[in-house]
Design a protein around this ligand. Sequence first.
Ligand SMILES: [Zn+2]
Length: 145
Amino acid sequence: MIEYEANEPAAASLPKRDIKTSLLRGLRQKCPACGKGALYRQYLKVNDRCPACGEELFHQRADDAPPYFTMVIVGHVVVGGILVLEQAVAPPTWVHLAIWLPLTIGLSLWLLPRVKGALVGLQWALRMHGFGGAEDEPVPDPGTR
Ligand SMILES: [Zn+2]
Protein backbone atom coordinates (compact mmCIF):
# COMPACT_ATOMS: atom_id res chain seq x y z
CA MET A 1 0.00 0.00 0.00
CA ILE A 2 1.28 3.49 -0.86
CA GLU A 3 1.38 5.92 2.06
CA TYR A 4 0.57 9.52 1.14
CA GLU A 5 0.64 10.85 4.71
CA ALA A 6 4.42 10.70 4.97
CA ASN A 7 4.97 14.31 3.87
CA GLU A 8 2.08 15.92 5.77
CA PRO A 9 3.95 16.95 8.93
CA ALA A 10 6.57 18.86 6.90
CA ALA A 11 3.97 20.53 4.65
CA ALA A 12 1.53 21.28 7.49
CA SER A 13 3.97 23.64 9.23
CA LEU A 14 4.41 25.75 6.07
CA PRO A 15 2.11 28.68 5.16
CA LYS A 16 -0.95 27.92 3.04
CA ARG A 17 -0.85 28.72 -0.66
CA ASP A 18 -3.85 30.16 -2.51
CA ILE A 19 -5.33 27.36 -4.61
CA LYS A 20 -7.44 29.58 -6.89
CA THR A 21 -4.51 31.86 -7.80
CA SER A 22 -2.22 28.89 -8.48
CA LEU A 23 -4.86 27.16 -10.62
CA LEU A 24 -5.43 30.30 -12.69
CA ARG A 25 -1.70 30.90 -13.14
CA GLY A 26 -1.29 27.30 -14.29
CA LEU A 27 -4.25 27.70 -16.63
CA ARG A 28 -2.41 30.67 -18.19
CA GLN A 29 0.67 28.40 -18.47
CA LYS A 30 2.61 30.53 -16.00
CA CYS A 31 4.57 29.60 -12.89
CA PRO A 32 2.14 28.93 -10.01
CA ALA A 33 4.45 30.73 -7.55
CA CYS A 34 5.02 34.09 -9.31
CA GLY A 35 2.64 34.07 -12.30
CA LYS A 36 5.35 35.59 -14.52
CA GLY A 37 7.73 32.86 -15.69
CA ALA A 38 6.73 30.37 -18.39
CA LEU A 39 5.56 27.01 -17.04
CA TYR A 40 6.65 25.11 -20.16
CA ARG A 41 9.87 24.95 -22.12
CA GLN A 42 8.09 22.99 -24.88
CA TYR A 43 4.46 22.12 -25.63
CA LEU A 44 3.97 19.93 -22.52
CA LYS A 45 7.49 19.90 -21.04
CA VAL A 46 7.40 21.68 -17.68
CA ASN A 47 10.45 23.84 -16.93
CA ASP A 48 12.61 22.39 -14.16
CA ARG A 49 12.69 25.82 -12.54
CA CYS A 50 10.69 28.98 -13.15
CA PRO A 51 12.77 31.25 -15.44
CA ALA A 52 11.48 34.31 -13.52
CA CYS A 53 11.55 33.37 -9.81
CA GLY A 54 13.55 30.11 -9.77
CA GLU A 55 10.77 28.07 -8.09
CA GLU A 56 11.41 24.34 -8.48
CA LEU A 57 8.76 22.99 -10.84
CA PHE A 58 10.24 19.56 -11.52
CA HIS A 59 8.30 18.14 -8.55
CA GLN A 60 5.10 18.08 -10.61
CA ARG A 61 3.61 14.66 -11.28
CA ALA A 62 0.56 15.40 -13.40
CA ASP A 63 0.91 12.00 -15.12
CA ASP A 64 -2.35 10.87 -16.80
CA ALA A 65 -4.64 13.45 -15.17
CA PRO A 66 -4.36 16.20 -17.85
CA PRO A 67 -5.40 13.96 -20.77
CA TYR A 68 -8.20 12.48 -18.65
CA PHE A 69 -9.70 15.87 -17.73
CA THR A 70 -9.15 17.15 -21.29
CA MET A 71 -11.08 14.19 -22.73
CA VAL A 72 -13.92 14.75 -20.25
CA ILE A 73 -14.21 18.45 -21.17
CA VAL A 74 -13.83 17.97 -24.94
CA GLY A 75 -16.20 14.99 -24.91
CA HIS A 76 -18.96 17.00 -23.24
CA VAL A 77 -18.54 19.92 -25.66
CA VAL A 78 -18.38 17.78 -28.81
CA VAL A 79 -21.07 15.23 -27.93
CA GLY A 80 -23.37 18.03 -26.76
CA GLY A 81 -22.71 19.93 -29.99
CA ILE A 82 -23.38 16.87 -32.13
CA LEU A 83 -26.71 16.22 -30.40
CA VAL A 84 -27.84 19.86 -30.64
CA LEU A 85 -26.88 20.13 -34.33
CA GLU A 86 -28.52 16.79 -35.14
CA GLN A 87 -31.76 17.79 -33.42
CA ALA A 88 -31.81 21.26 -34.98
CA VAL A 89 -30.75 20.62 -38.58
CA ALA A 90 -30.01 16.90 -38.99
CA PRO A 91 -27.16 17.55 -41.47
CA PRO A 92 -25.54 14.76 -43.51
CA THR A 93 -22.77 12.76 -41.85
CA TRP A 94 -19.98 14.49 -43.82
CA VAL A 95 -21.03 17.81 -42.28
CA HIS A 96 -20.73 16.33 -38.78
CA LEU A 97 -17.30 14.92 -39.63
CA ALA A 98 -16.13 18.22 -41.17
CA ILE A 99 -17.14 20.13 -38.03
CA TRP A 100 -16.50 17.81 -35.11
CA LEU A 101 -13.29 16.01 -36.08
CA PRO A 102 -11.18 19.18 -36.46
CA LEU A 103 -12.88 20.73 -33.43
CA THR A 104 -12.12 17.65 -31.30
CA ILE A 105 -8.44 17.62 -32.32
CA GLY A 106 -7.99 21.38 -32.08
CA LEU A 107 -9.79 21.77 -28.77
CA SER A 108 -7.85 18.85 -27.25
CA LEU A 109 -4.48 20.27 -28.32
CA TRP A 110 -5.46 23.74 -27.09
CA LEU A 111 -6.82 22.56 -23.73
CA LEU A 112 -4.19 19.96 -22.79
CA PRO A 113 -1.37 22.37 -21.76
CA ARG A 114 -3.85 24.60 -19.93
CA VAL A 115 -5.38 21.70 -18.01
CA LYS A 116 -1.91 20.34 -17.20
CA GLY A 117 -0.84 23.80 -16.04
CA ALA A 118 -3.85 24.05 -13.75
CA LEU A 119 -3.06 20.62 -12.27
CA VAL A 120 0.59 21.56 -11.72
CA GLY A 121 -0.66 24.74 -10.03
CA LEU A 122 -2.95 22.67 -7.82
CA GLN A 123 -0.12 20.31 -6.86
CA TRP A 124 2.08 23.31 -6.06
CA ALA A 125 -0.62 25.00 -3.96
CA LEU A 126 -1.33 21.81 -2.00
CA ARG A 127 2.42 21.16 -1.58
CA MET A 128 2.00 17.72 -3.11
CA HIS A 129 4.96 15.54 -4.02
CA GLY A 130 8.18 17.55 -3.60
CA PHE A 131 6.40 20.94 -3.58
CA GLY A 132 6.05 20.63 0.21
CA GLY A 133 9.79 20.70 0.81
CA ALA A 134 10.12 16.98 1.54
CA GLU A 135 10.85 14.48 -1.16
CA ASP A 136 8.19 12.00 -2.16
CA GLU A 137 8.57 8.46 -0.96
CA PRO A 138 9.66 6.33 -3.90
CA VAL A 139 6.77 4.47 -5.48
CA PRO A 140 7.17 0.80 -4.55
CA ASP A 141 7.82 -1.59 -7.39
CA PRO A 142 4.69 -3.76 -7.71
CA GLY A 143 6.89 -6.75 -8.51
CA THR A 144 8.62 -6.70 -5.11
CA ARG A 145 5.47 -6.93 -2.96
ZN1 LIG B 1 7.97 31.77 -10.92
